[in-house]
Write a protein that binds this ligand. Structure first.
Ligand SMILES: Nc1ncnc2c1ncn2[C@@H]1O[C@H](COP(=O)(O)OP(=O)(O)O)[C@@H](O)[C@H]1O
Ligand SMILES: [Mg+2]
Length: 330
């Protein structure tokens, strides 16, 4: 198998009923329902190799969850071709379902009144796992996620972070080849987020599983994925190495200078956009094309002790991207 996931010109529309306000509206929509088409995915294409960990990012409503649902067979595509591990996902064949997992940050797979270990036993039955395989997988996951002490506690008594780690076990017990993760760190505190990230990183390395992870949290993506796909308003606006996203979309670079005196410091704004002055440090933002010229001018005309040129931070680039200012560049 060459590619684990193939998405080719995928379109997904939702038909929704529009109701006019008030009682008359309710009656009217019964007699003559008015439909509206929501175009959630507009002709998107990408593919993922086995073992890749890809970040799928975009603002709210961009189409991330819809994509994962189509890929895991919960939604039927309106148009286009998709294949996951050479299966047609919407057929939801048992064989296929045993090879994938969809984890939703906001959905729960554990029974809250039971200790997690009892839910795991049920999943063992659902996935028809042989006892030795179940025991081995569970043991590994419990170690990796450090949850041994909480396995026997009623799930509702645990913190969100603890619950999320147990949810992950429930979805990984059958060792899926592909893992679809929808906002796995949503609502977690920073420490819990980091634990989940470390786990996913190690899991991907250890088992060479294919992971597609959606998030609107940039930290997830920066820390985990080398490749990102950026989606906005149902269209893919970038697909590639994270670093290239910065060079493709960031129009400016950052120059940081350290000065040995405050002489001329007010003039420094002529060289570039001043982002911060806090003597001896000055931070400027300058157009990518003229960064060398700007650096030379600084060295010539100011008492520079130290100078570094940096890329615009990725978070900032994405923020501008989502604001739409450079969206139509591609
Ligand atoms: N079941 C549905 N019925 C109607 N519209 C939907 C449905 N699910 C999602 N949408 C719409 O499709 C678009 C994409 O939603 P979604 O995939 O959930 O975005 P994201 O996960 O990136 O926040 C949004 O405009 C959303 O309102
Ligand atoms: Mg979503």
């Amino acid at each position: 198998m060459d590619r684990a996931i193939v998405v080719d010109h995928l379109t997904k529309n939702f038909e929704v009923n529009v109701k006019k306000p008030g009682l008359t509206g309710s009656v009217l929509s019964l007699i003559k329902p008015e439909k509206k088409i929501v175009r959630a995915l507009k002709n998107i294409s990408f593919s993922v190799q086995p073992g890749e960990l890809v970040g799928f990012i975009g603002p709210n409503g961009a189409g991330k969850t819809t994509t994962l649902k189509v890929l895991s067979g919960l939604l039927y595509p309106t148009n286009g071709f998709i294949q996951v591990l050479n299966y047609d996902p919407w057929e939801r064949k048992e064989e296929f379902l045993k090879k994938i997992s969809l984890v939703m940050g906001q959905k729960r797979q554990l029974w809250w009144d039971l200790p997690a270990i009892e839910s795991f036993e049920l999943y063992k039955e659902i996935y028809e796992l042989p006892q030795h395989e179940y025991a081995k997988n569970l043991e590994e996951l419990v170690d990796l996620l450090e949850v041994r002490k909480i396995l026997n506690i009623q799930v509702r008594k645990l913190s969100l972070g603890q619950r999320m780690r147990l949810e992950l076990i429930a979805t990984l017990l059958h060792k899926p080849e592909i893992l679809f993760l929808d906002e796995p760190t949503i609502g977690l505190d920073v420490v819990a987020q980091q634990k989940i990230r470390d786990f996913l990183y190690n899991y991907n390395r250890k088992y060479n599983s294919t992971i597609l992870l959606t998030s609107h949290n940039m930290d997830d993506v920066v820390n985990l994925a080398r490749r990102v796909i950026v989606i906005d308003q149902g269209k893919i606006i970038f697909d590639g190495i994270l670093d290239n996203l910065v060079s493709q979309f960031a129009k400016e670079k950052i120059i940081k200078v350290s000065l040995s005196s405050e002489e001329n410091i007010k003039e420094i704004g002529k060289i570039g956009k001043v982002k911060k002055i806090s003597y001896p440090l000055v931070i400027l933002s300058v157009p990518r094309q003229t960064v060398a010229v700007a650096a030379a001018e600084l060295l010539q005309n100011f008492p520079v002790e130290d100078l570094t040129i940096e890329e615009t931070p990725i978070e900032e680039v994405i923020r501008t991207l989502f604001k739409g200012s450079i969206k139509n560049k591609k």
